[in-house]
Design a protein around this ligand. Structure first.
Ligand code: MG
Length: 168
């Protein structure tokens, strides 16, 4: 059984994952409008991953006989001033998310809640990948340096991104 405090904290994390999903979906719309369909696809894959995260925590709360309570989700920004700025916002969201996951882990350790620690280990590993892929994207956008040919080439490459296979 989850403690009330842990249940509340995980519920809040479900909300953050959904919020993060929405920001990526809005980014997909932003890039589609700019005819950068590869970037849009990349953001759409990210959106789906965030939903997987939200669902994973949703299922976990239920499996522990907890109660899921969804909160209102704030609207994401509608636009970004450049491709680079959008990618940096995505990275920043990942860094914030990592902080939240770490705080959840601190709580689980404090409570000796071993089951929650195990599921959070999955998320901690996942955040290493999320931060890394968001940072790689920023570096590649910087390398393209607004040269249309380089941006189009990168766009084509991003369009080929496959969703991550589900990790155990
Ligand atoms: Mg996430």
């Amino acid at each position: 059984m989850l403690s009330k405090k842990m249940e509340t904290a995980i519920n809040h994390q479900i909300n953050l994952e959904i919020q993060s999903a929405l920001q990526y979906l809005q980014m997909a719309a932003y890039f589609s409008a700019a005819n950068l369909n590869g970037f849009a696809h990349w953001m759409r894959v990210q959106y789906q991953e965030e939903l997987v995260h939200a669902n994973k925590l949703f299922d976990y709360v239920i499996h522990r006989n907890g109660v899921v309570t969804l909160e209102a989700v704030a609207a994401p920004p509608k636009t970004w001033k450049s491709t680079l700025a959008a990618c940096q916002a995505g990275y920043q969201a990942e860094v914030n998310n990592t902080k939240q996951i770490n705080a959840l882990m601190d709580q689980a350790i404090k409570e000796n809640d071993h089951a929650t620690r195990v599921i959070l280990e999955w998320f901690i590993e996942e955040q290493v990948e999320e931060e890394n892929s968001a940072l790689n994207l920023i570096e590649q956008v910087k390398l393209a340096d607004n040269a249309p040919g380089a941006v189009l080439l990168l766009d084509r490459e991003l369009g080929g991104r496959q969703p991550e296979p589900a990790k155990e």
